[in-house]
Design a protein around this ligand. Structure first.
Ligand SMILES: NC(=O)c1ccc[n+]([C@@H]2O[C@H](COP(=O)([O-])OP(=O)(O)OC[C@H]3O[C@@H](n4cnc5c(N)ncnc54)[C@H](OP(=O)(O)O)[C@@H]3O)[C@@H](O)[C@H]2O)c1
Length: 261
């Protein structure tokens, strides 16, 4: 067997929503280092420009699009931004996500719409808007990819007070399977990654509090949080030739959380 290029994503056009910080930035750094052509998104122009500049400093081809994905206009802006630079898109990574925590009795109605809009509706609408570009890039020997960032907390019930979040992540896992089935004939693969604990703004409240951190790490059989190499490695594998026969999968990357709960 010739292994040349089996795990490569070099030269692929890749869109990562929310690439400024957290997991999106980890993915962007991995794909940039691997020689992909990247578009990342963010809501704050300055922070986005800084991230783009830092990624470019390593020699990567990177563009930024400012957009709020809680709105259909924001989704359209991202799709337009991608199309400005070509008719083909090899990889769409729906990473941007929001959460909301409040006790059951006080969980407000306003904690639902933005979480569902960013975590479920935007990934669907982006896939819809970019379907022609994904189709243009796809072929039987080189399928295009949609990669959704779900969560292991869609599968466990240890989801501290994040009711709309856990429901939204279960929804994106199911949407992943539905799209995978429908798009298989177009040679577009659709998979989800379900992270456990990775350092980010979203998980800062856990990692900054020693007691909480010890409790959460205690529930992870491998005893540590995930790293950029862990998550970028899995994402790049799923976008490479090596994963061309995987579709509709939801792959946990959680240090064993799921087998412990
Ligand atoms: N970290 C973990 O342990 C963990 C575990 C399971 C799943 N996840 C998932 O991983 C993904 C990334 O989260 P993270 O942990 O890296 O958290 P984070 O640092 O808070 O990042 C959230 C990302 O989503 C973007 N975003 C949020 N609301 C948005 C909106 N309305 N429009 C556009 N972009 C928006 C943010 O972009 P801005 O730059 O504009 O703020 C940011 O890039 C999420 O889908 C999250 O659910 C994370």
């Amino acid at each position: 067997m010739d292994l040349t290029g089996l795990y490569s994503v070099t030269g692929k056009s890749v869109l990562i929503t929310g690439g400024v910080g957290g997991i999106g930035r980890m993915l962007a750094e991995g794909f940039a280092a691997a020689g992909a052509q990247l578009t990342i998104t963010g809501r704050k122009p300055d922070a986005l420009a800084e991230a783009v500049a830092a990624l470019r400093a390593g020699g990567a081809e990177v563009r930024g699009v400012v957009a709020d994905l809680a709105t259909p206009e924001g989704v359209a802006a991202v799709a337009d931004g991608v199309r400005l630079h070509g008719d083909r898109l090899d990889v769409l990574i729906n990473n941007a996500g929001q959460t909301w925590g409040a006790p059951l009795a006080d969980f407000p109605a306003k904690a639902w719409a933005p979480v569902m809009a960013v975590n479920v509706q935007a990934p669907f609408m982006l896939a819809q808007a970019l379907l022609p570009a994904l189709r243009a890039a796809a072929g039987p020997d080189s399928p295009a990819r949609i990669l959704n960032i779900g969560s292991v907390y869609a599968e466990t019930t240890e989801v501290a007070l994040a009711y709309s979040y856990t429901a939204s992540k279960a929804a994106i896992h199911q949407l992943t399977r539905v799209l995978a089935r429908e798009l298989a004939a177009d040679h577009i693969l659709c998979n989800a990654i379900a992270p456990g604990l990775f350092p980010s703004k979203m998980t800062g409240f856990i990692l900054r509090d020693e007691e909480r951190k010890a409790h959460v790490l205690g529930g992870i059989p491998l005893g540590r949080a995930g790293t950029p190499e862990d998550i970028a490695g899995l994402a790049m594998f799923l976008c490479s030739r090596a994963a061309a026969y995987i579709t509709g999968a939801v792959i946990p990357i959680d240090g064993g959380i799921l087998i412990a709960h």
